[in-house]
Design a binder for this molecule. Structure first.
Ligand code: FAD
Length: 463
């Protein structure tokens, strides 16, 4: 199948600038290096990897692919399971086309191409700002923002997708379109939460918020951990439920069932964040009173809060998220899920890095000025399982335990199930885009902008 692609490469070479690399020898070390992904699940080998350095070369590459009938996927940080394609197609790897421009006067930042989240937060902080970004430094900023974008600052900023004020997008017709509230309000609405299905987004302009909105008016976040043995789960969960439901203090974080390195002792780790001004002993007093096995914590500039989670961004192995929105935190479900995690680790020792995590924010997500494709503003709790194992033959078994955990946390009422588009593309789509009118509008816009499913068949097929 790659013969067709390879036969067309000279035409592409003639269309793009000389510094636009086109890798098509799969044995080449640079090809292999570019193929590395956050997860090896479903990893495929394309006929070629194109590395544009400019918006114009992105455009030329898409136009060439459309004209040549060659399927393609854009890739930014490569942290999803989706930016991979077999020998019938190509990857448009945006990592060499990457920039952030901050406009302090307008309080916006323009994120360009394959720029990674860490770069965005550092550039913004240098100018005195921050925006909603997620938990992974090397996640691509544009896909993160297009796919909803959960963040520890959701209660201050809204979701990542709520930050989007304008976009430049290469459409399924191979046209470069400027998307603003004035030019294409409906497409802008769709990009905010479903943007990965409408085109290759070359640039996004997003809101920038002053660092003074964070802790001590200095752009700080208190980052801490409270570690307990797993057999204290019930008493810890009871205390956590009160903390999670106390909007007086701006706390957020993960309650993790995990065997952290190096000791690998199964533990309950409260990985906590606090953006308020008081000493952490105030919002987390009840946790300190439980006398954890260990506690740690310090103030960090917002652009550094993910640095200690760098290991989670490593490429390779079989990794995926199991993320679902929850309407409430049920202690009984959580305690049963711990037993499932124990079984997982016992039966699949190669999954020792896997963690079942309950994510909370004590405050509601900030209501956006305008509604959008993103539909989870009512959600303060998420089950965020990190599934990570090394032995391919355990693939199904590991997934089965994740499913069991998710079922326990969600409870039996399927009509209330919520999925997260940055984590999954399977399952009923109405769980990711909730509300009949929203889904109807999204489907209609998809038919208008991408009727052939160039940018996936999501929203075209009835699922
Ligand atoms: C360690 C880690 C932490 C994470 N934390 C969070 C979090 O806190 N909150 C959250 O919401 N999500 C989080 N995620 C999920 C992450 O935001 C999504 O998986 C995101 O899509 C990954 O973007 P990427 O550029 O790294 O991946 P990629 O695989 O490069 O891209 C993701 C998808 O977007 C498409 N795409 C890439 N570039 C473009 C573009 N320019 N225009 C249009 N489509 C494009 C790709 O084809 C693919 O389908 C996390 C993921 C990881 C691995």
């Amino acid at each position: 199948m790659s013969d067709h692609v390879l036969s067309r490469i000279p035409i592409l070479q003639g269309a793009v600038a000389g510094d636009c690399e086109i890798l098509h020898d799969s044995n080449d070390a640079r090809f292999q290096q570019r193929l590395a992904r956050w997860t090896d699940i479903d990893r495929k080998v394309p006929a070629a990897i194109v590395l544009p350095r400019t918006e114009n070369d992105c455009l030329k590459t898409v136009q060439w692919a459309l004209k040549s009938n060659i399927p393609f996927v854009p890739k930014s940080g490569g942290h999803s399971p989706w930016s991979t394609i077999g020998s019938e197609g190509i990857i448009i790897d945006l990592s060499l086309y990457s920039e952030v421009r901050v406009d302090a006067g307008a309080r916006t930042a323009t994120v360009i191409g394959g720029v990674l989240a860490k770069e965005v937060s550092v550039r913004l902080a240098e100018a005195g700002f921050f925006t909603a970004l997620g938990n992974g430094n090397s996640v691509g900023a544009i896909p993160y923002l297009l796919g909803g974008g959960g963040s520890i600052t959701n209660s201050i900023t809204g979701f990542g997708s709520d930050q989007i004020v304008a976009a430049r997008i290469i459409t399924a017709k191979g046209e470069l379109v400027e998307v603003t509230e004035g030019t294409h309000p409906d497409l802008l609405w769709a990009l905010k939460g479903a943007g990965q299905f409408f085109g290759l987004v070359t640039q996004l302009t997003v809101r920038a918020h002053p660092l003074s909105l964070l802790r001590k008016q200095q752009g700080l976040i208190w980052v801490g951990a409270f570690i307990f043995p797993l057999d204290r789960a019930v008493e810890v969960a009871r205390v956590m439920k009160q903390i999670m439901d106390d909007p007086e203090h701006a706390t957020a974080g993960l309650m993790m069932v995990i065997a952290p390195p190096p000791a690998r002792v199964p533990s309950l780790v409260i990985s906590a964040r606090y953006t308020g001004d008081e000493a952490p002993g105030v919002p987390f007093k009840a946790l300190y009173d439980l006398q954890p096995t260990a506690t740690m914590g310090r103030d960090l500039p917002i652009q550094n809060v993910n640095d200690e989670r760098e290991a989670l961004c490593a490429k390779g192995d079989f990794k995926r998220f199991g993320i679902v929105g929850l309407h409430e935190f049920r202690i009984d479900g959580f305690v049963q899920a711990i037993e499932v995690w124990k079984k997982l680790i016992h039966e699949c020792p190669d999954a020792i890095n896997s963690a079942f995590n309950l994510q909370w924010d004590s405050r509601a997500v900030k209501t956006p000025e305008k509604e959008s494709a993103m539909s989870s503003h009512d959600v303060r709790y998420w089950q965020v399982n990190i599934i990570w194992h090394t032995d391919e033959k355990n693939r199904r078994k590991v997934d089965k335990y994740n499913d069991e955990c998710v079922a326990l946390m969600r409870g039996p009422d399927e009509t209330r199930y919520i999925d997260f588009q940055n984590a999954t593309r399977t399952g009923p789509i109405q769980r990711r885009y909730r509300g009949e009118a929203r889904l109807k509008k999204l489907r209609q816009l998809k038919r208008e902008w991408d009727p052939q499913g160039v940018f996936t068949r999501q929203l075209l097929d009835i699922d």
